[in-house]
Ligand binder design. Structure first.
Ligand code: PEP
Ligand code: MG
Length: 889
């Protein structure tokens, strides 16, 4: 009943119902709070009478009477909204005290000091919360008395001093508020309830709700509860406890307490609380009872609880219980343990788990304390986009070759680039992390880093990278980081630091609870989960994480390695078909050995059978393999100016001409994808041969049957696919004929252009499978550049734009469509293409291999559309397994 009673009210009501020791009390509902506001800040009719009736019951239950001079009932008045808003709203304790009832408190407790201390605390709190008095004057007066009596803490103030303080406090309150301090306990109660209602709309509370996106119309409940005192000696105390350890998930009481103290003392941090395990020695019966209550609460709520309690003269009282916040690790362990304890079902464990948290579990991360220290020491440099999670520390290096050199020598490096391109991949492979000044969530750096499981901070506009000088500057400061200087990047938060922050490494094989949770997910989900992997190393990781195939192997990445690039360049710049063929012949063995490695790796560890592997033929524009035009131009100009080395000049000039001839204004829409294969069939023919020869060799060597799927990218018209397929089928026949044995292979295409989606029925007649390339499909459907949009305007679309004439920022898009599929637009194309494809070719297999394949919300959509599998970077495989199961529940 959290809507009506607020979190705290619902918790104490539930505990009371369950027969746990809760101080008697009642809750005024959030509805009453809203009615109070609607009536222009008046109690709704009947509310006060109901409160009084409830108070009578509390009196009966406690055997005390509100306002009685011999045996007074004292109450706390606390706020309690549906969502916890810690410290944002107000509380009054010890309400019901005046000059007469305080005598009754002395009689009840036999402790004059205690009674007057409670009284002065009440006046202080009531003045601040209800009378809106400035609390500083009270504090000053308190200090004055401490000094005068030589007391070193509040607790040492003698009764006589407290009595005087009470009189002084009342005077301050009256002077500040311009009215007599209310002695009528009913007036005290009425005004405290009003003050709690009013605190719902204090500035702190409004700001907190704005920040945490909590609606403003929920209202707060008011909890009126009989007081229990944790400060009545050493058999009293107060504390907080979790039913399980919130950071490890271990099943043990976890928390802390203070003897002879009230709640504020724990929060104020004046005394250091003791670990809850010590309670076992100090108050063994209370400890045992608390443990029993923890068990009962967990059984009741079927979740880990966070409890507040007070002990008054050896008697335990429960003041609050709620579901406890926990770390990613604890969340998994608690969910799995609770299934094994029979508290929840496997489905419930899946439903409760947060796929994003699972991802964090598998990545190295910074030691939190060390990071906090780095902040304190002023080592924070800038913040960019948290493009790929995890944490990395190492020497800053500004070019990929140098990164490769150092990385291979075992030096931890962080590659820092203005932005990355395919010719940086060899350097990225050996780096611990990537930092770029430009680019967004699907920029090259981000996509490749996620694929490799490398932390990446992209689009960090707070730094300027000077490649030539091998340094970056921090904008707005004179900090310079040069090659070799240590830096640390946090891909979870986008933070960049100077110096090394130590990291903590996880190990999937040892994550037995996570493995168990995922095995349940596997049983529930309908979607297959495959991985995007370009190298045997990634494929191995994908299998370890539970991938059931490779949905995308981007072959061009293999062209980028240092020893191959010169051959690739020769192939591109060849003047005759013979020259080109010679270069391709040199490349073939490289590609074949890459594919052998992948086929050998992609084996189901349980059955020993081969998993499917989708290998995509070359996709990006050829100029990406060539030197940068501007840099080349500078070099040629320099050679011309110096007049030295005419041979070198001639060679460079030829290269410049070739590069110039290949330049395109809009390479993303240029000569790439299947268009390359149509113009230069030799390349894709070589690749197809390499793929099939590799599969045949693995089949022969291992006796297994590789499942080969050859994918043709960027098809927009069925004729493109038809022609490429015709050529490649011929090669496939030739290769298998030469080998004298067959291997199963399929040809399919990517659906990554709107026209392909619109004509999917035609394309399906010549494709064995479709894989949705939602990166390009998002780019071309929205007309947003994958490389530039996020930095230039897209993040503003998501965060909100200044809107002339309006008080608040205007959001154009709810989320970044490169991260979470745009269901209405891009998603509609996917759905339509899937339907059309299946109608035209019922056997067709449907998958998705864009970045969205690892995004939980997008996975839910792909499940709904009925795709066969999603393919994502290896590190996201566990996330996808869980998200796919959640989608199926
Ligand atoms: C895509 O476009 O979604 C895709 C997977 O291919 P790439 O990212 O290599 O263009
Ligand atoms: Mg693409």
């Amino acid at each position: 009943m959290r809507d009506l009673l607020g979190g705290k009210g619902a918790g104490v009501a539930e505990m009371t119902k369950a027969g746990l020791p809760v101080p008697p009390g009642f809750t005024i509902t959030t509805e009453a709070c809203n009615a109070y506001y609607e009536a222009g800040k008046q109690f709704p009719p009947g509310m006060w009478e109901q409160a009084l009736a409830a108070l009578r019951i509390v009196e009966q239950q406690t055997g005390k009477t509100f306002g009685d001079r011999h045996n007074p009932l004292l109450v706390s008045v606390r706020s309690g909204a549906k969502f916890s808003m810690p410290g944002m709203m107000d509380t009054v304790l010890n309400l019901g005290l005046n000059d007469e009832t305080v005598q009754g408190l002395v009689e009840q407790t036999g402790d004059e000091r205690f009674a007057y201390d409670a009284y002065r605390r009440f006046i202080q709190m009531f003045s601040k919360i209800v009378l809106d008095a400035d609390p500083r004057e009270f504090e000053q007066k308190l200090d004055e008395y401490k000094e005068r009596t030589g007391a070193s803490s509040d607790a040492e103030l003698p009764a006589s001093a407290l009595k005087e303080l009470v009189a002084e406090f009342k005077q301050i309150a009256e002077r500040q508020s311009g009215q007599p301090f209310p002695t009528d306990v009913y007036e005290q109660l009425k005004r405290a309830i009003e003050a709690v209602f009013a605190s719902w709309n204090n500035k702190r509370a409004i700001d907190y709700r704005n920040f945490n996106k909590i609606p403003h119309n929920l209202g707060t409940a008011v909890n009126v509860q009989s007081m229990v005192f944790g400060n009545m000696g050493n058999d009293s105390g107060t504390g907080v406890a979790f039913t399980r350890n919130p950071s490890t998930g271990e099943k043990e009481l976890y928390g802390e307490y203070l003897l002879n103290a009230q709640g504020e003392d724990v929060v104020a941090g004046i005394r250091t609380p003791s670990k809850i395990s010590r309670l076992k020695e100090e108050l063994p019966q209370v400890y045992e009872q608390l443990q029993e209550i923890a068990r009962r609460l967990e059984r009741h709520y079927r979740d880990m609880q966070d409890m507040e309690f007070t002990v008054e003269r050896g008697r335990l009282y429960m003041l609050q219980t709620r579901s406890g916040k926990r770390s990613a690790r604890a969340a998994v362990k608690v969910a799995v343990d609770m299934v094994e304890e029979g508290l929840i079902s496997e489905e419930e464990a899946i439903r409760r788990s947060d796929p994003t948290q699972i991802y964090q579990l598998l990545l190295p991360r910074f030691d939190e304390e060390a990071k906090a220290r780095a902040h304190k020491e002023g080592r924070f440099l800038a913040r960019g986009l948290n493009a790929s999670p995890g944490a990395a520390a190492g020497k800053a290096v500004f070019d990929a070759d140098r990164a490769e050199e150092l990385g291979k020598a075992g030096v931890p490096v962080v590659l820092v680039r203005p932005e990355t391109s395919p010719d940086d991949v060899h350097g990225m492979l050996v780096s611990k992390g990537i930092l770029t000044a430009r680019g967004g969530a699907t920029s090259h750096a981000a996509v490749v880093a996620r694929g490799l499981g490398l932390p990446c901070v992209a689009g960090c506009e707070g730094i300027r990278v000077y490649e030539e000088e091998k340094l970056f500057r921090v904008v707005g400061s004179d900090v310079v980081i040069r090659e070799g200087d240590e830096i640390s990047i946090d891909g979870d938060t986008g933070e960049v630091f100077a110096g090394v922050i130590p990291t903590v490494e996880p190990n999937f094989e040892k994550e037995t609870e996570l493995q168990k949770l995922l095995s349940w997910a596997d049983r529930i989900r309908k979607l297959g989960v495959w991985a995007n992997a370009d190298y045997p190393r990634d494929a191995q990781r994908a299998v370890t994480f539970g991938a059931e195939g490779i949905g995308l192997c981007r072959t061009e990445h293999m062209f980028m390695e240092q020893e191959r690039l010169p051959i690739v360049q020769k192939m591109i710049l060849a003047k005759t078909p013979e020259e080109r063929q010679a270069a391709l012949d040199q490349l073939l063995p490289f590609q074949r050995s890459d594919f052998i490695g992948i086929f050998e790796t992609m084996v189901n560890p349980r059955t020993g059978e081969c998993y499917p592997v989708v290998i995509r033929l070359i996709d990006p524009p050829l100029h990406e393999f060539l030197p940068n035009y501007e840099e080349l131009l500078v070099e040629v100009t320099r050679l011309e100016a110096t007049g030295a080395d005419p041979e070198a000049l001639k060679e460079k000039k030829a290269l410049l001409d070739a590069v110039a001839a290949m330049r395109e204004m809009n390479p993303m829409l240029g000569l790439r994808g299947c268009r390359l294969g149509l113009l230069f069939p030799e390349i894709t023919i070589m690749q197809t041969r390499a793929i099939l020869e590799a599969a045949l060799e693995v089949a022969q060597k291992t006796g297994k049957k590789p499942q080969v799927k050859i994918m043709i990218p960027l098809v927009g018209h069925v004729n493109e696919l038809r022609e490429v397929r015709r050529q490649l089928e011929a090669v496939a026949k030739e290769v298998t004929a030469e080998a004298g044995s067959a291997v199963e292979y399929k040809f399919g295409t990517m659906i990554e252009l709107p026209r392909a989606a619109l004509t999917a029925d035609q394309i399906a007649t010549v494709a064995d499978f479709f894989s949705f390339g939602t990166n390009d499909l998002t780019q071309t459907t929205f007309g947003f550049s994958r490389d530039d949009a996020e930095g230039k305007f897209l993040m503003k679309y998501v965060d909100g734009l200044d809107a002339p004439g309006l008080p608040e920022k205007v959001k154009i898009l709810p989320v970044n469509p490169f991260q979470t599929i745009d269901r209405d637009g891009v998603g509609q194309l996917v759905r339509m293409a899937a339907e059309k494809g299946r109608a035209a070719n019922p056997q067709i297999e449907l998958g998705i291999c864009g970045e969205h394949g690892g995004d939980p919300s997008s996975i839910e959509f792909f499940h709904e559309v009925g795709l066969d599998y999603v393919s994502c970077s290896p590190f996201r495989v566990p996330v996808a397994r869980l998200a796919a199961a959640q989608a199926a529940l």
